[in-house]
Every structure is written in C-alpha cells, then in structure tokens.
Design a protein around this ligand. Structure first.
Ligand code: ZN
Length: 424
C-alpha cells in the first residue's frame, strides 16, 4: 500500500511538472492528408504533440495551467526541413576571398546562420559538409539550449576523392592541403565513414561527381567508383546513418542510386534511366533549384571565380528541365537548397521555383515536411503536426496551398513547444 501511494504521488508530481502548451490558429495544413483543417487546437506536452483536433468538430482537452499560443488569422504548418545546407557557408565570402579570413571564420559564422535558418521556419536541417566540426558543435549547443537554431543532422566533412569536388583545390601546389574527408579506394572509404561517425557525423555525405563551386572539377564527371559508393552506403547503413550523395553527372547519379545511397543532391544531369532507377530503388532526389539566380546575380561581387560562374550557367537551366521531368515522373523528392551558397534564411524561396517547374503546392510543401522526415528516418519525430512528433510549428498569413511563396514570410516559429524569439 505504501509503495502504491508513493507511485501515485510520483505520477501526480510528474503530471504537475509536465509543461503543456496549447497552440490555436484559424487553419492548419495537414501535410499527411493534404487537407486544410479549420480551427486547429494543438496540445504540446514536454515538447511533443499530445493531441491535434479541429475545435469545430471535437472538444479539445486542455490541461489546467497550460501556456497558450493563440494565433488568430494565421495558418499553421509543421516546422520546415531543409535537407541540404552548409551552416558555416557564407555566400559573401567566396573564391580566393576566403583566404583573407582565419580558419575558424566559418565556424563562428555558423552561429548567426543557424539562428537565421530557424527564424525562417526551418526547425530541422541536414548540414551536408562543414569545416572544423562546426555542425557538431552547433548541434550540441542548440540541443542543450545554449544557442538558438534548428535540429541539426550533421555530416561533418563530406567524403570524397583526392582532387575531387570535396577536396581542397584552391591552394597552389606548395600550399596544397587535403580535406579531412578525402578517401580513395573502398577500404579507405570504410575507415573514413567510421572515423566521421566517431567524430560526430549522423549522416554520411559523399561527393560522387565534380561540382560547380570547386576548382578543376567537372560537374558531369564521376569521381567515386561504384565500389567506393557501395562501401560508403553499406558502411553508413551498418552504423545507423543515412547517406547523401552530391551528384550532378548522369553516370555518378546512377552509380550512387545503384550503390544504395539514400538521397541524391543536385541531380542536375539525371537522365531517363536515372529517374527510372530512383523510382525503382525509392531513392530521394534533392534538386537545389533556387540558388542559381542568387549565384548569377551576386556571385561575381562575392568573389565567385569565373570558372564557377560558368559552370553554374551550364548546370542551372538543365537542372530545372530535369527537375520538371522528375516531377512529371512522380519521383520521390526532398527539399535540398544548398543553403550557404545563398544567404541563410532565404531557404523558402525554393518552394515557388519547385511549383513553377511542376510540383503542386502541397507536393512542394511535402518535400520539406513529411517526405524529408521519411528520408531522415525521423518520421516519428518531425515533418507533420501529428501526435507523438515534436511540437515544431510555423505560422504564416494566407493559404500556402494557393500561393506557396507565402512560406517566404514566416511570422511565428515554435520549436519543441517553445516560441522562438523573432525580435533579436
Ligand atoms: Zn552543398
């Protein structure tokens, strides 16, 4: 009896200390059903969603003493997810201009960049390649409440070939450097995946082809063999990590898909066979279709090298044509913007480009919510306003299913049931 009483007292105490937040609004986009829900009432207990009802049809249970976040006139959606950002990337410092700054510059800049990303409504991001383990430090600082920012899935350094897109190719030979992510040959790749995991990586990023922003690499050319990619994907999966491949060229894209890589990033020159393969294997495609405008209008002033601008011109148009093809073929899509190539916080500008090139607004919204959550393997945690998931919610004016560009202006951000301060 005594024990039972103690247990009851403990239960009471824990109920009393549970923090409950109630969010109400005019409308909610239910990304899972694709429908608009009127008068939503969302109850968040200790950071996770405990119930979601429509006040018109059901009576919500609101615990006494609950904190209220009433958002009259607003439409709420799940917190957005960008599957490809570089939080340490600062678009104003490109090309050789980066050599004027000290080594930890990118690490320091990652702090305001993470905050800008969160305030723009992105409550979860994958950091697909950062210097100095900045993404791991940020993840720790944010998760432990020292800094504002999104939930971060860090890749640390991108794994790639010697002289490839993710190596250090800017210096002259006498100052040559090798990226800590470089590995050549399957066994070296195996060891590198284990090392990155040990140093904090929670997703593996590989560079399967050349890229736009590196020196002396051809975006169309494959840079990792099928055997290396297969080793990378298998080793990541064994360690419980998803894998992402930077891939522009058609051959590198197909090799990465066949190797079992989970998400293909950029996807610029994908051909019909690649689209068919991606559908067959269930591979997610992350076309970064927004940043071309920014690079072509601001890049030169920011120090982007002529070689890189020329490559962007070559890649941008074809990438959008192939995005339209993949959209028509109903390939599985995620929201990957390459944030850091353009200023952090403008991520949502990609929605309108996705709609312009063939997705419906709800399809575009799903790339950054329910689809992204699945691709992360976090479908129980993020990507929808649904029971059990984190209380990650954004509020905007108007109907994003009619005009998806409304997502570019997020008025309120709630992460884990906590309202984010938008004033600072
Ligand atoms: Zn990138």
């Amino acid at each position: 009896m005594k024990i039972a009483l103690t247990a009851a007292a403990l239960l009471l105490a824990s109920t009393a200390s549970a923090k409950t937040v109630v969010v109400t609004a005019d409308r909610m986009v239910d990304v899972l059903s694709g429908k608009m829900v009127e008068q939503p009432v969302v109850v968040i207990t200790d950071g996770r969603i405990a119930s979601v009802v429509s006040a018109g049809t059901q009576r919500p249970f609101i615990p006494e003493g609950a904190e209220r976040i009433d958002l009259p006139g607003k439409t709420i959606l799940p917190g957005l997810i960008d599957m490809h950002v570089h939080l340490g990337g600062t678009p104003l410092v490109q090309g050789y201009r980066a050599l004027e700054y000290t080594d930890s510059f990118n690490t320091v800049m990652a702090v305001p960049n993470a905050e800008a990303t969160l305030k723009a409504g992105f409550t979860t991001v994958r950091s697909l390649g950062d210097y100095d383990y900045a993404d791991v430090a940020l993840q720790q600082a944010i998760d432990d409440g020292f800094l504002p920012g999104p939930r971060i899935v860090p890749a640390t350094y991108a794994l790639g070939a010697t002289g490839g897109h993710c190596d250090e190719n800017t210096n002259r030979p006498s100052d040559a450097k090798t990226s800590p992510g470089v590995a050549d040959g399957p066994e070296a790749v195996r060891a590198k995946v284990r090392e990155l995991r040990k140093l904090g990586a929670r997703v593996l990023k590989v560079c399967a082809t050349g890229g736009v922003f590196s020196r002396n690499t051809d975006p169309g050319a494959q840079q990792m063999t099928y055997e290396e990619l297969k080793m990378a994907a298998d080793e990541a999966h064994m360690l419980g990590m998803k894998s992402a491949a930077h891939a522009h060229g058609a051959d590198g894209i197909k090799a990465a898909i066949r190797a079992g890589i989970d998400t293909i990033e950029h996807v610029s020159f994908i051909d019909d066979e690649g689209i068919r393969l991606a559908k067959e294997k269930g591979t997610w495609l992350g076309f970064d279709v927004y940043n071309t405008e920014y690079t072509l209008s601001e890049g030169e002033a920011n120090g982007v090298l002529p070689e890189n601008l020329e490559k962007e011109r070559r890649v941008g148009t074809i990438q959008r044509e192939n995005f339209a093809k993949a959209a028509k073929a109903e390939a599985k899509m995620i929201f990957s913007t390459d944030g850091g190539i353009y200023p952090h916080g403008l991520n949502a500008r990609q929605f309108a480009v996705m709609v312009r090139f063939g997705l419906s607004p709800i399809q575009a919204i799903r790339t950054a919510t329910s689809n992204a959550a699945q691709a992360l393997g976090w479908e129980k945690d993020v990507g929808a306003i649904a029971v059990g998931r984190y209380g990650d919610i954004i509020a905007i004016e108007g109907d994003p299913l009619a005009d998806v560009s409304l997502l570019e202006k997020v008025d309120v951000v709630i992460k884990g049931g906590e309202r984010v301060n938008q004033d600072r």
